[in-house]
Design a protein around this ligand. Sequence first.
Ligand code: A2R
Length: 321
Amino acid sequence: MSKPDILIPSPLRDMIIDGLEPHFTLHKLYEAEDAEAFLKEREAIIRGIAVSFFHVDQPFIDRFPNLEIVSNFGVGYDKVDARHCGTRGIIVTNTPDVLSEEVADTAIGLMIMTIRELSAAERWLRDGNWEKKGAYRLTPGTLRGRTLGIFGLGRIGKAIATRAEAFGMSVHYHGRTQQAGVDYTYHPSLVSLAEAVDTLMIVAPGGPETQHMVGERVLEVLGPDGVLINIGRGSVVNETALIEALKKGTIMAAGLDVFEHEPHVPQALQDLPNAVLLPHVGSASVATRDAMGQLVVDNLKSWFSTGKPVTPVAETPFPRT
Ligand code: A2R
């Protein structure tokens, strides 16, 4: 029997390619000299897509009449039009759970870096200032006595909350619904959450529903002692409003692992001393990225050998409803 044909639009880690190669015929779009001709030749045979950070939008999906599954690398799948896939009966899978603890570790690290100015303090030492000028300044910010507001208390949000509690922080949250069996204080709006806390952690998904939910108003109520941490998706935060808020002292500081137009980070943001900026490294350890890659492989293998996906997303449930 011939192997199912899988399209790989953008480069994937070697371990994913190695895991797929024995079972599938792989079509690497990123190696094609003429992408349009490459796709045209293969439109009818593609049955699966393995993808990482590539726009799989409606026109792209509709090129493939025999597409059955899109296996997305990453828990966030806002670049894949999962709703449209659902209407076409195409399954979308992501890589949940295996990265939650890693991302939560990074989120806490970024929060402490931001509040206690650890990257600036390290630069102070490396620039020779400790010897030349003396000790780094005492930080206006402290974690002591802070209240953490989590926007998106899902798998990663809960792992962050557990850690924050161990640091002595009280935890509040906002999501579309209040969760049964969760003791943290619920806020029905993001503004009321921001008003109640001094540290706001964004760990909600990207996409049109959450686009720019953190804007001028949220930053204003977060207040001058406020700290914003974004470990979720760049699109949730209005970057222009954030830059203004950091410049004016509307909030104290921000720690960002994700940006609106990655890998581009506005110079105005890079110039701000009260912003800590990481290049989207939330889940970026070899072990965690291997586990995520294995799920990309397992979803495709499982689908084509048993007819069942391992981790379908909410918009394309399995069994189909
Ligand atoms: O809204 P709820 O109660 O379903 O809570 C979910 C919340 N959420 C939202 N909150 C407000 N407005 C929305 N439009 C909205 N959409 C989702 O975000 C839920 O508590 C949380 C997402 O949790 P999980 O689905 O368990 O995702 P996980 O694994 O924690 O990853 C979160 C995000 C990914 O989507 C990537 O963007 C990033 O972290 O890596």
